[in-house]
Design a protein around this ligand. Structure first.
Ligand code: SF4
Length: 312
């Protein structure tokens, strides 16, 4: 059995937070985000939120137990003018299994709605179905995005073993789109030599169309020292011998000791160009919807779950 990047069943722990709504910074642009949890049970090998080799991120989930109360105070005393759309969440999945036990995301959404704040949710979960009515009654002012990497169960089990199968997620998306909620899919990350071929991408985009998704976008995997180590484990699980090709696509030598390494720009242009054509051919938008896009952000950053560094 190959080495894995997580250990046992996750443990849950409660903690109190002093603040919950944070400003994040990407490429010099800013936005607002809330993270009701710290850590994530979805266990994606490519997760950008781990920051370092930290099995604890996947195995110990902290619930910020006073998140909604703090958010209520912060919203009641908001002094920064009109509120920019709030991202839920930038560094965890707000609808990971812990949400069934704690319900913190639901409570935070209720507070945002009370203060008429626009929000967009990034999730890989089907648990959000529990809150369908809550989001549907606020559909004029929210946007729900599911990050879907692959329709292949074999790949999903290897790369993001804590997430539900894509067909389960698409069933939930269908319910949201039938209820009039603006639904997006973020094909992120596109994993070179694993999920970047035409048939893989077309399966995802076709399912988006069938589920009533209006906005689809994506991003190519980026590597960092810890992410590269985990990706090599997934290659072993999948029986793929692609390390040398990765060194060419990402132009690095081992050991990889870097903050972030992007794929070669010609690879990126080619792959995202193919994805964009597939999306547009099917009559969907390759962008954020206008009614919810944060004003001051580089939109190319928004298709990347959990890569955002946020500052309090
Ligand atoms: S990528 Fe997102 S869903 Fe996956 S482990 Fe990281 S925070 Fe969780």
């Amino acid at each position: 059995m190959p080495e894995l990047w997580y250990s046992a069943a996750p443990e849950y722990e409660s903690k109190s937070s002093k603040s919950i709504i944070h400003r994040f910074v990407v490429k010099g642009h800013t936005g607002l985000t809330i993270n009701p949890y710290q850590g994530c049970q979805h266990r994606c090998a490519y997760c950008y939120a781990t920051y370092e080799w930290a099995p604890e991120f996947y195995d110990r989930i902290y619930a910020k137990i006073n998140a909604a109360e703090i958010l209520e105070k912060e919203m009641a005393s908001w002094k920064h003018g009109e509120i920019d759309p709030v991202m839920i969440s930038s560094a965890t999945d707000p609808y990971q299994p812990a949400e069934i036990r704690y319900g913190l995301t639901r409570k935070c959404v209720q507070v945002l709605q009370k203060y008429n704040a626009p929000y967009y949710v990034f999730t890989k979960s089907a648990i959000i179905e529990r809150d369908l009515k809550l989001h549907a009654r606020y559909r004029h002012n929210c946007f729900i995005v599911w990050s879907i990497t692959t329709c292949s169960e074999k790949i999903r089990r290897a790369v993001e073993p804590g997430t539900p199968p894509a067909n389960r997620i698409f069933d939930v998306i269908r319910k949201f789109s039938d209820a009039g909620v603006c639904c997006g899919v973020n094909v992120d990350p596109i994993i070179p030599l694993v999920t970047d071929n035409d048939s893989e991408l077309q399966r995802v985009v076709d399912c988006c169309k069938e589920a009533g998704v209006s906005n689809v976008f994506g991003a190519i995997l980026r590597l960092r020292t810890d992410i590269w180590e985990r990706m090599k484990m997934t290659f072993k699980i999948l029986g793929l011998d692609v390390v040398e090709q990765y060194k060419q696509i990402f132009r690095f030598e081992e050991p990889l000791d870097a903050n972030y390494v992007s794929a070669d720009s010609s690879y990126q242009d080619r792959t995202l160009g193919r994805l964009k054509s597939m999306i547009l051919e099917r009559g969907m938008s390759f962008d954020f919807p206008k009614h919810i896009c944060p004003k001051n952000i580089d939109k190319s950053c928004l298709g990347q779950t959990s890569l955002l560094s946020y500052v309090s």
